[in-house]
Write a protein that binds this ligand. Structure first.
Ligand SMILES: [Zn+2]
Length: 115
């Protein structure tokens, strides 16, 4: 499962951080990922709960922010947030020269709340 390896590498980063900054307990982990990334929120949460039974993240809460899809239109030179998960047409000028500029990002660690 894709999400298990994502959480595994995330935990490695958190543990490295813990060693460096000397914290022993993580209260909250905030993550973000793009709407079109391959990350499945429910699977991610399951993986997190499974892999944090013990260790510094045992009591941590997971927060996942899904970043909206941003699309750029070459016809009207504007960027917009797309409600569509597969935008092919500009909602403004109906042009089809659109490019996804954000919303594809893989998992990113935003913030750690620690003790
Ligand atoms: Zn347009």
């Amino acid at each position: 499962m894709h999400e298990l390896s994502l959480i595994q590498s995330l935990l490695t980063i958190i543990e490295d951080n813990a060693k460096e900054h000397g914290f022993t307990k993580v209260n909250r982990v905030s993550l973000s990922c793009g709407r079109l990334s391959a990350v499945e929120p429910a699977a991610l949460e399951f993986a997190f709960n499974t892999l944090t039974q013990t260790g510094i993240c045992a009591a941590a809460q997971l927060e996942l922010e899904i970043l909206p899809l941003q699309v750029y239109c070459y016809d009207c030179n504007r960027e917009f947030t797309s409600p569509d998960s597969d935008p092919t047409i500009c909602p403004d000028c109906r042009g089809d020269q659109v490019m996804v500029t954000a919303g594809l990002q893989e998992l990113q660690l935003l913030e750690l709340d620690v003790d």
